[in-house]
Design a protein around this ligand. Structure first.
Ligand SMILES: [Zn+2]
Length: 268
């Protein structure tokens, strides 16, 4: 009888342990911040150098800039990207040529020679690693995180991203969502909000939602006040003002810095 009781007590404890592990632990962000905010800017666009880097620097905030190596700003304004890296911003790997699948709606802009469905995983992997080598020049770190262009994870129908994981701290690779505890952390499938067209109020509402949940949130920008998938400069400034005014609640840093902290806490 006593043995049975001990066994039942043991399995109860084990069950409690399992459910605690399943829930995970809340994150402890630096200086007691309530949310970790990653501001990501894709495609190496001119408006990011014209407006975003100065706007972040003026407020003491850091972001992540994901550069395809064929972006026209790389030959034309390489010194400015180097200066952005020296100021603490992340220059991340967005591949050599921004290859995407040409299949499906809205992909008629993908040129045939950059169509991932016309390439082998091995060829695409070589190109991604080539982009890392190039990025070692300006940032010294070789593009430590990787947001696959178009969130496409296959080439000719085969996964090309899994084998590249040892080369990167994290991937930003799924649709909208926040990560609110260590158990939910999947470093190579991090969610991201596409924020094109959002107002300042909508952007602020997203980071406030993250603060209410103690979460890690990633926002994905392209053009700011220009170019494609853009937000207005006013909306962007409004968000940055909010983050700068409330640094006690928001830890705004590069994706790689946030992911290294989150991975340490989650032990994965
Ligand atoms: Zn892109």
């Amino acid at each position: 009888m006593r043995k049975q009781c001990l066994a039942a007590f043991g399995s109860l404890l084990f069950g409690l342990f399992l459910s605690a592990a399943a829930q995970g632990a809340p994150f402890n962000w630096p200086q007691g911040a309530r949310a970790a905010v990653s501001l990501g800017y894709d495609d190496g666009l001119a408006s990011q150098l014209d407006h975003v880097v100065p706007a972040l620097n003026a407020r003491g905030l850091r972001g992540s800039f994901y550069l395809p190596i064929n972006s026209p700003t790389l030959p034309a304004r390489q010194g400015e990207w180097r200066a952005a890296a020296a100021a603490g911003h992340e220059l991340g790997n967005h591949s050599l040529f921004h290859g995407c699948s040409a299949r499906g709606p809205g992909r008629d802009w993908v040129l045939p020679h950059r169509d991932l469905d016309q390439q082998t995983p091995a060829a695409v992997q070589e190109q991604i690693l080539g982009a890392s080598t190039w990025l070692q020049g300006p940032d010294g770190r070789g593009g430590p995180s990787f947001p696959p262009p178009c969130l496409d994870l296959t080439a000719s129908g085969q996964d090309f991203v899994t084998a590249l994981q040892p080369h990167f701290v994290a991937y930003r690779a799924t649709g909208p969502g926040m990560v609110s505890d260590t158990e939910q952390l999947r470093p190579y499938a991090m969610p991201v909000y596409f924020v094109e067209g959002m107002s300042g109020e909508q952007l602020i509402a997203l980071v406030e939602q993250a603060a209410a949940r103690g979460a890690l949130v990633s926002l994905l920008f392209h053009g700011v006040g220009a170019e494609h998938l853009s937000v207005t400069r006013e909306a962007h400034d409004q968000l940055l003002d909010h983050l700068a005014r409330h640094k006690d609640r928001f830890w705004t840093d590069s994706f790689v810095n946030i992911m290294e902290a989150a991975r340490r806490q989650a032990g994965r």
